[in-house]
Design a binder for this molecule. Structure first.
Ligand SMILES: [Zn+2]
Ligand SMILES: [Zn+2]
Length: 473
């Protein structure tokens, strides 16, 4: 419970600080025996009066605005999300962004980076420690317990979307206010539920949003019966090699050996690759569960990759755990992650209830969808580049002819130099550019440039339709 202590410490520290301040500015110095404490806002006003200058206001570091132009894309993603969840009979839940700090310390885990360094935590004026939610599963479970939803019986299939807050180091594509779309299924321990949850992710991400190069990584983290055996084996194996691992791993080898498997340090990888694999330690029930999930995915023709290193270090995670990545996202390629957490409801004070869920990083989802959408818009596009006034008529003739045979064609009417014309073709993601200038008009052979390879060849005017048709299909 290191974090609980940590949070407690910072609370005590800020109390000490306040006490120190009140000692430095004792109330009984002035004529007024107890002046009203000045609000932070009146201080701000003072500062403004002094500088006499109106600085433009700015957003808080690490957060951003989503402008109307971007919102179209976000709305498209969110509409698709609602539509998909609705077909699986999920219902939306909205929980507050503000929670008591203890909720996350208990659920997310005190020695995770999230809780130990990344939360926006502050003391309210009544000295309660509050936190802007860094994720939403804990809040959904809290609401499930607080409103006794379990009394309704049956299975609860819930989804949410909204902002989360983590005080991470600002870097490209990472924001301190970011958005997640998530699902939680409470009350089913069937492997069929796991397979369906993965089907939802698959349908939304690849089918509805057209995101490509998607990989589903799948693993089992065992249960309270078999995992301790694995952790013991891992601990033992680490005993021999930990001095050759990074500092973090040396610490994790003691505190939470499973987290060694998360290490991204390049030099550690060969050693980590040789550590025992959890799949070799699963008990019969866990092995059966994993087999059933795999069967469900195979039956749905959803590809997956068994990834033994995909583990979660917290006790309430059991069995199925997964991650979805997309190669279109570059280094920060994780799109979604989730797993089964049969012990979480109980941990937060509710009745024993199995659960499984996932969270999708909506910011990245939008980014990946955007690149899929532009590529789609540019798919098989033919750009006609004309060079002089007297080739425009030939260009528009060709455009019309190609469009008649259902080709997607872009023809820009303002005169441009060759270089700018090809740059435009590039920007539109055109598959081919057809170049028509005086030479081409004279010979009756137009240059056709493959925009991806950069290769270019002359093609007879009369054969261009067939030539492009055969290559753009
Ligand atoms: Zn087990
Ligand atoms: Zn390491």
């Amino acid at each position: 419970m290191g974090t609980l202590r940590l949070v407690g410490e910072s609370v005590r520290k800020s109390r000490r600080l306040r006490k120190a301040r009140s000692l430095r500015y004792p109330n009984d110095r002035g004529r007024n025996p107890s002046p009203e404490p000045r609000s932070p806002i009146s201080n701000l006003n003072d500062r403004e009066n002094v500088s006499q200058k109106t600085e433009p206001v700015r957003s808080v570091k690490g957060v951003r605005d989503l402008l109307p132009k971007e919102m179209q894309l976000w709305q498209r993603v969110e509409e698709a999300t609602r539509a998909v969840f609705s077909t699986y009979n999920f219902q939306e839940i909205r929980t507050p962004v503000l929670e008591y700090t203890s909720l996350f310390a208990r659920s997310v885990g005190p020695d995770t980076d999230i809780v130990s360094k990344e939360m926006f935590t502050f003391e309210d004026s009544d000295r309660e420690s509050l936190t802007l939610r860094p994720e939403a599963t804990a809040s959904v479970i809290r609401a499930y317990i607080e409103h006794s939803l379990y009394n309704e019986g049956g299975i609860h299939k819930l989804f949410y979307m909204g902002p989360m807050f983590r005080r991470e180091r600002p870097q490209k594509g990472r924001f301190r206010q970011f958005y997640q779309i998530g699902a939680e299924v409470l009350g089913s321990m069937e492997p069929g539920t796991d397979a369906e949850v993965l089907e939802i992710l698959h349908v939304l991400i690849t089918e509805r949003l057209g995101i490509r190069e998607v990989n589903l990584l799948l693993n089992s983290v065992g249960c309270s019966e078999c995992r301790p055996r694995y952790v013991a084996a891992l601990r033992q194996a680490l005993e021999g090699v930990k001095q050759n691992l990074c500092v973090d791993c040396q610490r994790r080898a003691e505190s939470n050996p499973l987290r060694v498997l998360d290490c991204k340090v390049e030099a550690d990888q060969p050693l980590i690759g040789k550590l025992p694999r959890i799949l070799d330690y699963l008990c019969e029930a866990c092995r059966l569960h994993l087999d059933e999930v795999k069967k469900g995915l195979n039956q749905r023709k959803i590809n997956y990759e068994i990834t033994p290193r995909l583990v979660r270090g917290l006790d309430y995670y059991v069995r199925t755990t997964f991650e979805m990545t997309s190669g279109t996202l570059g280094a920060q390629n994780a799109l979604a992650g989730g797993g089964r957490y049969d012990g979480l409801v109980e941990l937060l004070g509710g009745p024993r209830t199995p659960g499984i869920g996932f969270a999708i990083g909506e910011d990245r989802l939008v980014l990946a969808h955007q690149s899929a959408a532009t590529q789609e818009a540019g798919a098989n596009l033919i750009y006609i580049a004309w060079l002089e006034d007297n080739s425009l008529a030939a260009a528009s003739d060709l455009a019309r002819e190609l469009r008649q045979s259902n080709q997607r064609v872009e023809l820009v009417y303002s005169p441009m130099k060759m270089k700018k014309s090809l740059a435009t073709a590039n920007r539109l993601n055109a598959r081919f550019a057809v170049i028509i200038g005086p030479d081409e008009i004279e010979t009756g052979r137009y240059q056709v440039k493959d925009m991806a390879s950069g290769q270019q060849e002359p093609v007879d005017r009369t054969g261009i339709g067939v030539y492009l048709q055969s290559r753009t299909g």
